[in-house]
Design a protein around this ligand. Structure first.
Ligand code: BDR
Ligand code: CA
Length: 314
């Protein structure tokens, strides 16, 4: 096997963030250099605690966690408690974390990890893009050693927080706008893709029967699926953030087109909408590989296999 791809996961756990983190930990194709947290699905304090709790669950407190921005660049924080609950990770019973985040701010941690990596690093932000925007503004020199940024966020044609916008981009549209125009290669995994790959009851029962880590994921799903059942009538839940991780370790799993993406930061109605120039109406240079379709059975099989391979902490 070729050398693992160094990645940094920037997240706001969050049910699907937690599963994305487990997928990264279980995948030998990836070298997880660290985890950074941001306010989004819940407050920074809660998302950071949740990242630590998940790492401890699988006996990986050695993976450093750095806490980052506690609010968006220019707006009040909006949290996703209506999807992820009061703790941000409602459902399974998890003890409070025993470990602590590193003393460094996530933005400086990201810069240091990127600049000291022998190989270019892939950033995988799966929450609001505040930390990544700050990184690119404050440590511009780090951008040269970033291979690409694979974002879970946005959508071509739908929204989940408003009719027009996906949650991660809605929360911090100014940050997302900066990342898309940064010149660093961006891959956008949006709702049009993640809503095509639902974790269905058969996957969930398979995981529940597989051991303690599988049971944890099944219990996350039991809670997370409620929002999706009530809102969309889905029988299963999209594991949005895990799709971004999967696309890094299995390139081609998600089909993409190279297009220009802009972010609405002005209107109230369409705040945070990712405006994807699918039919090349603007003549603007493409700035992102935009996901359009996914091999859903392959993704879900990969995800289940990898989760099943994880052992709980002794
Ligand atoms: C995104 O928003 C959050 O609720 C999820 O964790 C995911 O990153 C989906 O819109
Ligand atoms: Ca997330």
């Amino acid at each position: 096997m070729s050398e693992p791809i160094p990645i940094l996961l920037d997240c706001d756990p969050g049910h699907d963030d937690a599963i994305a983190l487990l997928l990264a930990l279980a995948s030998p194709e990836l070298e997880l250099l660290g985890v950074t947290t941001v306010a989004g699905n819940q407050t920074l304090e809660k998302t950071t605690a949740n990242a630590l709790r998940v790492l401890e669950l699988v006996g990986r407190p050695d993976v450093p966690v750095a806490a980052g921005a506690d609010r968006p660049l220019a707006r009040e924080l909006v949290v996703g408690a209506y999807v992820h609950g009061e703790s941000g990770l409602e459902g399974p019973a998890l003890p409070a974390p025993a470990s602590r985040p590193v003393a460094q701010h996530a933005v400086d941690f990201l810069a240091e990890r990127i600049l000291t990596s022998a190989r270019p690093v892939t950033l995988v932000p799966v929450g609001p893009l505040t930390n990544v925007a700050l990184l690119l503004a404050r440590h511009r020199e780090a951008a040269a050693n970033v291979e690409r940024i694979v974002i879970m966020g946005g959508a071509i044609a739908e929204g989940n927080v408003t009719p027009a916008a996906e949650f991660n981009v809605y929360v911090d549209p100014e940050a997302a706008w900066r990342v898309f125009r940064s010149g660093v290669p961006v891959t956008m995994i949006g709702l049009d893709v993640t809503h095509k790959a639902l974790m269905m009851p058969a996957h969930v029962e398979r995981l529940r029967a597989s051991g303690a880590v599988g049971r944890f994921v099944a219990e996350l799903h039991d809670y997370f699926v409620r929002f999706h059942r009530e809102t969309y009538g889905f029988e299963g839940a999209p594991i949005h953030d895990a799709v971004a991780v999967a696309q890094v370790l299995r390139p081609g799993l998600v089909e993409t087109v190279h297009r220009h993406v802009d972010v609405d930061r002005e209107s109230e109605l369409c705040r945070g909408r990712t405006v994807v120039d699918l039919w090349r109406r603007t003549g603007k240079e493409p700035n992102a590989d935009v996901g359009t379709d996914i091999d859903a059975p392959a993704f879900l099989e990969l995800l289940c296999e990898r989760i099943e391979s994880l052992e709980p902490a002794k």
